[in-house]
Design a protein. Structure first.
Length: 300
């Protein structure tokens, strides 16, 4: 890929049956798009039409989709920007398992059964020393092992981002150690650390205050012409973006949850020089081809 070419990623919301507009719209897509084989066909159509990779929250659905993608076969493999943890799934499990203790027990069993001894050792150290950083490393090692087992040589793992709920909660609680630990651990794995957020200005402000470098950090945040989900405002988010040219900023919600038109959304993205990439959710192969061809032409 040309170094000046912007990253175009397939988002995963449609594959989870998620619509930011309404429950009715999500239901109207039917169950087909949530089937891994069909979702893999949608991703394949996007990759053939200019997409360079995927921005996927890691869970059983997206791991199945990644397993079904074809081998790169001598071509440059698509890049995976993995988001962990898939918070919505863990919230649901916590309710079913009797809260945080039940969820922690299930996760500990999964890590132990995964055969990832690095994750197990991190976890033991975290429990014995009451070290939250070691526990975070144990969880990350476990997720990395799951992703690598699924992608093999079909996809190249490029970055690991913290989910927006965890990111924004940690920002609000001023958990400086959490951000520094994630950056240090993921860099040690030879990968790009990143954060998914709905409040880019707050993240940038806190990182500056804590002395955390944003050089090469992947930052995924909403960007669109109407300010949909851009907190605290479109103007504040655009200003924050202008102040972090060293980061790899990726915009999502470009289509304003479905209200926006692709051509206008592509023009808006092209107007933001420090936006290094975009993530677009598509639910049909023909939609994937049209959308990614349009954005590739607009963004170069």
């Amino acid at each position: 890929m040309n170094s000046n070419q912007r990253t175009l990623l397939v988002g995963d919301n449609p594959f989870h049956g998620v619509s930011h507009l309404s429950l009715e719209k999500a239901r109207s897509r039917g169950q087909t798009v949530t089937a891994p084989q069909y979702a893999a066909e949608v991703v394949g159509a996007a990759l053939e039409s200019g997409a360079t990779g995927c921005l996927f929250s890691i869970n059983t659905v997206t791991l199945d989709v990644l397993r079904l993608l074809p081998d790169a076969a001598g071509r440059q493999p698509p890049s995976l920007y993995a988001i962990v943890p898939y918070t919505y799934e863990y919230v649901r499990l916590a309710v079913l398992l009797g809260g945080i203790p039940g969820l922690a027990t299930k996760l500990a069993k999964e890590i132990a059964l995964s055969g990832n001894w690095k994750a197990v050792l991190y976890g033991i150290n975290g429990v014995v020393a009451r070290n939250p950083q070691a526990l975070l490393n144990a969880y990350m090692a476990y997720e990395l092992s799951r992703v690598r087992a699924a992608i093999k040589n079909r996809v190249s793992l490029a970055a690991v981002l913290i989910h927006e709920i965890a990111t924004d909660m940690a920002l609000g609680l001023e958990m400086e150690w959490f951000f520094k630990a994630h950056v240090a651990f993921i860099k040690k794995q030879g990968l790009r650390p990143g954060f998914n957020t709905r409040n880019l200005p707050l993240l940038v402000r806190q990182f500056r205050r804590w002395g955390i470098s944003l050089e090469g950090i992947a930052l995924a945040a909403p960007f669109n012409a109407v300010g949909f989900q851009m907190c605290p405002s479109r103007e504040a988010c655009e200003s924050a973006l202008m102040g972090v040219p060293e980061a790899e900023a990726i915009g999502f919600s470009l289509l304003s949850g479905g209200y926006g038109r692709p051509r206008e959304a592509a023009a808006y993205a092209a107007s933001l020089p420090h936006l290094k990439g975009v993530a677009l959710g598509v639910s049909r192969p023909e939609q994937a081809r049209e959308t990614f061809q349009l954005f590739r032409e607009a963004l170069g």
